[in-house]
Design a protein around this ligand. Structure first.
Ligand SMILES: [Zn+2]
Length: 301
């Protein structure tokens, strides 16, 4: 039996301000932001408690580890998009229908505020026009049915993966939408930050997607380069625990077996991120589920 209960109504929204400092209350971020600025919001939708040892090879059983499930809302000029959707309104139903009983205990979660409610609760949040996925696992795609009219952008390899893979990793019920709302985008053979293929979304270096693979065939990482020089990397689930990058460790063996599509490629990407971090110590790497990394950003800006 999995116990889930609602989080207290904590309002976690914070924003990373563009250069020049705009404040949410007066600025209407995303509508009045100059075209060359990029802003993002971290929107947590759920959290879960686990043990460090389940997130990183060699981790401690005695050390608790909090997982966050959420989305990154990115606004650049008039374009606004979601990077992942966290756990959606129907997550319990999706979970009960699709998650095999033997896998359920590994994925316990405590619901917070689903993404759709963030937008209902705050009219100043910029409205997304499209959704990118770091990858198609259920805990990233659960909110898709809550945005039935938005196009979903993903690379061919991930589109094929989600339409061929099943539970426990992928929940087919989350992907029911018309063909016209799937947008497959190509990467260019342009190396960026050590990754072989990249896509400069706006042609100005502000948001760059890179094909990471490994965790799933079409796993995508997102770099955000702000006008004032701050740089962020959202590597999705290539790592669950950011210590994996510094220590160059994979996930716990069972987690790796259950969750990673190509473990060798995951290790290669971890090495790339380590090299990148050494070369650019100011780069903030924010894994999709590492609550500590999220909280540092939530609290600082
Ligand atoms: Zn995940």
């Amino acid at each position: 039996m999995i116990h889930r209960h609602l989080f207290p109504a904590l309002f976690f929204l914070m924003t990373v301000l563009p250069a020049g400092g705009m404040d949410m209350a007066s600025a209407g971020v995303g509508t009045r932001a100059p075209a060359d600025t990029v802003t993002f919001f971290l929107l947590p939708t759920a959290r879960g408690e686990t043990r460090e040892m389940y997130t990183i090879a060699g981790g401690r059983f005695g050390a608790p580890f909090t997982l966050v499930y959420g989305a990154v809302l990115v606004a650049r000029g008039k374009d606004v998009f979601l990077f992942d959707t966290g756990l959606g309104r129907r997550v319990d139903k999706q979970f009960e229908e699709n998650m095999p009983w033997w896998a359920a205990p590994f994925f316990e979660y405590k619901k917070g505020r689903p993404l759709a409610l963030w937008f209902e609760a705050d009219s100043s949040l910029p409205r997304p026009r499209r959704i990118f996925l770091s990858h198609g696992h259920w805990d990233h795609a659960s909110g898709l049915p809550d945005f039935p009219t938005l196009p979903v952008w993903l690379p061919r390899a991930e589109y094929d993966f989600i339409h061929n893979e099943g539970p426990p990793a992928v929940f087919p019920s989350q992907f029911i939408r018309p063909d016209s709302l799937w947008h497959i985008y190509p990467f260019e053979d342009k190396p960026y930050a050590g990754f072989e293929q990249s896509l400069d979304l706006y042609g100005d270096g502000s948001v760059i997607l890179v094909l990471m693979g490994g965790h799933t065939p079409g796993s995508v990482g997102m770099f955000i380069n702000m006008a004032d020089g701050r740089r962020y990397l959202f590597p999705g689930d290539l790592v669950w625990n950011r210590d994996q990058i510094e220590n160059q460790q994979g996930k716990f063996w069972l987690s790796r077996m259950l969750a990673d599509y190509d473990g060798d490629r995951v290790e290669e990407v971890i090495r790339k991120m380590r090299a990148l971090q050494l070369q650019d110590p100011g780069l903030r790497i924010i894994p999709a589920h590492d609550d500590r990394a999220w909280n540092e950003i939530l609290g600082k800006h």
